[in-house]
Design a protein around this ligand. Structure first.
Ligand code: BES
Ligand code: ZN
Ligand code: ZN
Length: 516
């Protein structure tokens, strides 16, 4: 991929090697280079060497009409497996469980796992018996599972991935709908895989500068408007700059804007992502907890992945949306921020540093300031970040922690999360949790009692920057997503995704939330 022992050279901004590296990164991010399977829709399963057939309890009788050779008793019980060879074809009947187990998340996992296990014998094609209602999740699950981190190895030899055929008798009449659903699933997977690849690139390569350069090249391809805020204009944003003070790289702020197809709207949405290219913890360092902090930019990558999904999936945003990416590197250089320092945000509020490792909220706070200084019509503020260890302790990897000031929006987020299989848990909204007070500054970057409910307190710290509506006007809507756990950055691997890449959480939810 890149010569690691030459990383200093690679990062020098004027050499051709830097261009090479950007080229390689852009190459990795291009779906056609990711060795994903070619997929198609068919109503029959003739001559497909391997066919996977999911069986739901109570629905097995229907299957016997399609697979007439099926004489064995099949219950559909979760985990049940039956291999039947017929006409030189191998059929794997696999129990899904009860109807209530047919969730978006389970189906995506089922198809992802089945694709990986059926690929082991290297068939040319793998057929999936799949009714229309599952096609999107199936296509999505398969493309996420197929991404292989071996692509980063220096002498990686591509082996063609087995083709995928989604097959069901109903596609005789519903082929167009099935193709549409498949493309939508693939578009979400594209966004997720973009996020997952960026998160896996080592931090000595993906510096804030390199990441910003990569984004500029991507938006050109996607034809999305993008502003990279100049160093000069960024000067007054003291919080984001404090985070990068100990790093050789400056902070970066990029704003990608998408309008609805029918044109710009009066009100706008801001979708802001934390992009810590590395979080060493600063002077109060992380020590042995540093591993995987290359992926502390996952929030920003989720925002970028969402843009890709929206653009490539042909989705339409509900209102003008500014996708804001705040990049920084939290390091320990001699100018690094100290505990006790006080910095001024872009809106004039000051923050006393209590802990140098609570840096993400500083970046997000200033991103909000930039939005309110430049897009005064913004009425929805969203932030997404790998923000707190507290959220990991509270919820574990299965749910994203949500801090939201609006009940209706909170319910919508929970519902949408269920629909797309990215589960959200909305925590209590209560100002009593906001103990981010400081005697000598507008606020402190850590509460007085940092052992309790840190994920909620961090959300309320961020909310301090959100503009409050005047009396009688609609309150600005705010929702913060803490993906510290649900990103699954320790990359242990699952049966439905390979070790070396994280989950890609956020893209499914955000793309749905902004467009439906
Ligand atoms: N990036 C971390 C949070 C994190 C930890 C994400 C582990 C993913 C995995 C964040 O910047 C951080 O360090 N938070 C501290 C704050 C603390 C010092 C108040 C934390 O939660 O431990
Ligand atoms: Zn930190
Ligand atoms: Zn961090």
């Amino acid at each position: 991929m890149y010569s690691v022992n030459n990383s200093v050279n690679l990062l020098a901004s004027t050499t051709n090697k830097t261009d090479m590296t950007i080229k390689q990164i852009i190459g990795f991010l291009e779906p056609k280079n990711q060795n994903l399977p070619f997929a198609e829709i068919r109503h029959d399963f003739k001559n497909i060497p391997v066919v996977v057939v999911p069986v739901v309890e109570g629905k097995e009788k229907k299957l016997k009409k399609v697979f007439k050779f099926l004489k064995d008793k099949i219950s559909g019980e979760k985990g049940e497996k039956k291999e039947i060879i017929h006409n030189n074809q191998i059929f794997y009947f696999a129990g899904i469980g009860k109807e209530k187990d047919v969730t978006s998340r389970n189906m995506r996992r089922f198809f992802g796992s089945s694709y990986l296990s059926a690929s082991a014998s290297k068939p040319k094609q793998i057929g999936f018996y799949c009714p229309l209602e599952w096609v999107k999740e199936a296509a999505l699950g398969i493309d996420v599972s197929a991404l292989n981190p071996a692509m980063f190895k220096p002498k990686f030899k591509k082996e063609k991935a087995p083709d995928v055929i989604f097959t069901h008798p109903e596609f005789k009449t519903k082929k167009a709908q099935a193709v549409k659903a498949m493309k939508l699933g693939q578009a979400v997977a594209e966004g997720k895989n973009l996020m997952r690849i960026l998160g896996a690139i080592p931090p000595n390569v993906l510096s804030p500068k390199m990441y910003a350069d990569v984004i500029l090249q991507l938006v050109k391809k996607w034809k999305v408007k993008c502003v990279r805020v100049s160093k000069d204009k960024l000067k007054k944003y003291g919080l984001i700059n404090a985070v990068s003070a100990g790093s050789q790289y400056n902070s970066e702020l990029l704003i990608l804007t998408i309008h609805p197809k029918k044109g710009k709207t009066q009100k706008a949405t801001a979708m802001i992502g934390k992009g810590l290219c590395y979080d060493s913890g600063g002077l109060q360092g992380k020590q042995s907890h540093m591993k995987f902090m290359k992926e502390d930019m996952a929030g920003s990558a989720s925002v970028l992945g969402t843009v890709r999904t929206i653009v490539n999936g042909g989705l339409d945003v509900k209102q003008t949306t500014h996708f804001v990416i705040g990049l920084a590197e939290n390091m320990m250089g001699s100018e690094a921020m100290r505990a006790d320092d006080v910095y001024m945000a872009g809106d004039g509020q000051t923050v006393e540093i209590i802990h140098t490792d609570a840096e993400g909220r500083l970046v997000l706070g200033d991103c909000i300031c930039y939005v309110k200084n430049n897009f005064k019509n913004t009425d929805h503020f969203y932030t997404i970040a790998t923000l707190t260890g507290s959220c990991i302790v509270a919820l574990g990897e299965h749910y994203t922690g949500v801090v939201c000031n609006d009940n209706e929006l909170g319910c919508k987020i929970t519902e949408t999360g269920k629909e797309v299989g990215e589960y959200m848990h909305v925590g209590p909204w209560d100002m009593d949790y906001d103990d981010n007070n400081s005697p000598n500054a507008s606020m402190a970057n850590l509460g007085e009692n940092d052992r309790e409910a840190g994920w909620l307190k961090a959300g309320l710290f961020i909310y301090r920057f959100v503009p409050k509506a005047k009396k009688g006007k609609d309150q600005t809507k705010f929702s913060h997503f803490d993906i510290a756990a649900s990103i699954d950055m320790n990359e242990k691997g699952k049966t439905w995704r390979r070790k070396g890449f994280s989950s890609g959480i956020g893209v499914g939810l955000l793309s749905e939330l902004l467009t439906k």
